[in-house]
Design a protein around this ligand. Structure first.
Ligand code: NIG
Ligand code: FE
Length: 408
């Protein structure tokens, strides 16, 4: 029998299990045993089963370091070509995001660059970005399409996203975001474009098995609720779960719309009101908070965190990494910003980047430390879990494992 390369015993760890519905689930002097890419045993050293006690091979003494579940970035636009640095400078002089979008910049600028790039070029451009996320503890990331906006280019983006996962050995979940913006060739014909999304793109993406979920941008500069609903209806018919860029710049009832379709998440949600939050709570739709876009767009309206708490809406935190509104390459920094800007507690921020992020992706095999779950782990040079949301940048994870294999 060949040796299991993932078989490893971590000892002398401060385990942040997040095993219960609240609290860090901290275990001092903890031990975690990995076998066949999964967590085989987790608990206090004092309770270690006899069979593991005398073990000396493939044992790692963490010297009291924190061991958490690998972080999960549940909302990114990581695959794209080009950059939008000129637009960044323009925004600093007072031109706003919507105006830039209406003048053919914004998402449309990235669409031009992405359409011109081949699959290899897309992978090559995204690799360093994905590596930066991994360096900061990420073991699963979601990647959206939405910069192709024609069938071939959207498929190419999704293939590139899947290749990133295979190349780096990280978990990648792909989301089809064909209804991200109106491509220039459909100017003034949004409904016709939604026909294309529903009748051609979505079936092609589903057929190729390239998407794990379907997203849309429901906004004044995106698509209206009726158009979004059409996309969601087709997604449902194809058996694909939905999530939504909802209520970011105005309240179009996006959060409730996503919840109405049993959506995995409603993302941004700055303008979401009480009805939206209640609908989310009832449907189990996660609120994905994206402080990077909030900060970079210098928004003033904060997501209704207190309302989400009161209604029992689970909150996740993600980078929204994209070339326009959130060129953010650290999920830990997103957590820190969620605390500083949205007043999340560090515990909420960590749950938001692990267990709740997993939920926002429809995954129940990761995000906590418990037997049977994937051995997606991050080891930190930190004394307490709140420290992960405390530093703005600085030293990264000491070690990162996905499926029990060391990534760095
Ligand atoms: O999540 N809101 C729409 N989509 C992205 C921005 C994409 C872009 O500007 O390129 C977001 O903020
Ligand atoms: Fe986004």
């Amino acid at each position: 029998m060949s040796r299991d390369p993932t078989d490893r015993l971590f000892r002398n760890a401060r385990l942040v299990t997040l095993a219960d519905a609240a609290g860090y689930g901290l275990i001092e002097d903890g031990v975690l045993h990995v076998r066949e890419g999964r967590i085989a045993w987790v608990g206090r050293a004092a309770d270690l089963p006899e069979t593991l006690r005398g073990r000396s091979e493939d044992v790692e003494d963490l010297g009291g370091a924190l061991l958490t579940p690998g972080l999960i970035d549940c909302h990114t636009h990581l695959v794209f070509a080009g950059e939008r640095i000129g637009e960044f400078e323009q925004r600093l002089t007072g031109v706003d995001y919507q105006t830039i979008a209406r003048n053919g910049g914004g998402i449309a600028a990235t669409v031009r660059a992405t359409r011109a790039a081949g699959e290899d070029a897309l992978v090559a451009a995204a690799l360093p970005r994905a590596r930066a996320l991994v360096a900061d503890g990420v073991t699963t990331l979601e990647i959206k399409s939405g910069y192709g906006l024609d069938t071939a280019s959207e498929l190419r983006m999704l293939r590139a996203a899947r290749r990133l996962g295979a190349t780096l050995g990280v978990g990648v979940r792909t989301t089809f975001l064909g209804a991200h913006a109106l491509p220039p060739d459909y100017a003034g014909r949004a409904d016709a474009y939604i026909d294309l999304v529903c009748d051609e793109m979505l079936p092609a993406v589903a057929d190729a098995g390239l998407a794990d979920a379907v997203d849309a941008f429901c906004e004044g500069i995106g698509f209206d609720p009726a158009q979004t609903r059409r996309v969601f209806e087709r997604a449902r018919a194809l058996g694909l779960p939905v999530k939504l860029h909802a209520d970011q710049l105005s309240d179009l009832g996006g959060a409730a719309l996503s919840a109405g379709f049993g959506g995995l998440s409603a993302d941004h949600v700055e303008y979401t009101g009480a009805d939206g939050a209640r609908a989310m709570a009832a449907a189990g739709t996660v609120a994905v908070l994206l402080p990077g876009a909030f900060v970079c767009l210098r928004e003033e309206r904060r997501p209704p965190v207190d309302l989400f708490r009161r209604e029992g809406v689970a909150m996740a935190v993600a980078t929204d990494c994209n070339p326009g509104t959130s060129p953010l390459l650290s999920l830990r920094l997103a957590m820190a910003l969620a605390c500083a800007q949205f007043r999340l507690t560090p515990e909420e921020a960590l749950r938001g980047a692990t267990v709740n992020a997993a939920r926002a992706l429809g995954l129940d095999d990761r995000g906590r430390l418990a037997p049977g779950l994937r051995a997606d782990l991050a080891v930190w040079d930190a004394a307490q879990p709140a420290e992960l949301s405390y530093w703005l940048g600085g030293p990264c994870a000491r070690a990162v494992y996905a499926g029990g294999r060391r990534l760095r």
